[in-house]
Write a protein that binds this ligand. Sequence first.
Ligand SMILES: Cc1cc2nc3c(=O)[nH]c(=O)nc-3n(C[C@H](O)[C@H](O)[C@H](O)COP(=O)(O)O)c2cc1C
Length: 220
Amino acid sequence: MPSKHTSKHSYTESEKKSIYKVMSERRDVRHFNQKPIDYETFMTILSSAHLAPSVGLMQPWRFIHITSRSLRENIHDIVDKERLLTAQALGEKKEEFLRLKVEGILQCAEVIVAALPDKRDEHIFGRRTLPEMDLASLSCAIQNMWLAARAEGIGMGWVSLFEPDALKKLLNMPADSHPIAILCLGQVDEFYKKPMLVEEEWTKERPLEEMCFTNGWNKP
Ligand SMILES: Cc1cc2nc3c(=O)[nH]c(=O)nc-3n(C[C@H](O)[C@H](O)[C@H](O)COP(=O)(O)O)c2cc1C
């Protein structure tokens, strides 16, 4: 909920409420219905990515829109392979994991692969000691899309279960680029009320207090 703070720069009460509403009601979505997304809405969501902050204004986001059905099926195969390897790696949680829905690649309306570009080493500002700030910047862009999609009533899922080299090869990506996310966008019958992993009792959310320290890495 919004705070009571106001200044001449504050948004109105109802504008503020919308911001917090979309943050709290955004969900990672894996269940889609078969309805399409109109082009204008699709472009609105994609454009929100381009408003994101980025290290040294590097804008290290590249988006590959997958319109070929066979390519989409190939992507799904790559993800399913990794899903099974992840299940193996999970040991005793294997069967529980296999029951979870972890992607909606074949059901969603649109698939976008989000990637870091090649030649990233040319960008030194803000990355000399922390090269992963390119990834942080791309993640900001994806979060913008997630929020815009929720506000538009569109579900979006972030899929990271894949072997990057396999995806790179499939999409003819440059050697030093790096795919980060397979984004699934589509219409939904409903949004999950809580993270699906909580609804499915895979895990629990932990409170903010456990993540905050004072004056050093001490007890919460
Ligand atoms: C970087 C990143 C990668 C993710 N990869 C996957 C994935 O491969 N499959 C999946 O089902 N969910 C994936 N998720 C979604 C998370 O499981 C989800 O964000 C988390 O459970 C909290 O749920 P919420 O996003 O609905 O609040 C990913 C989320 C992030 C931020």
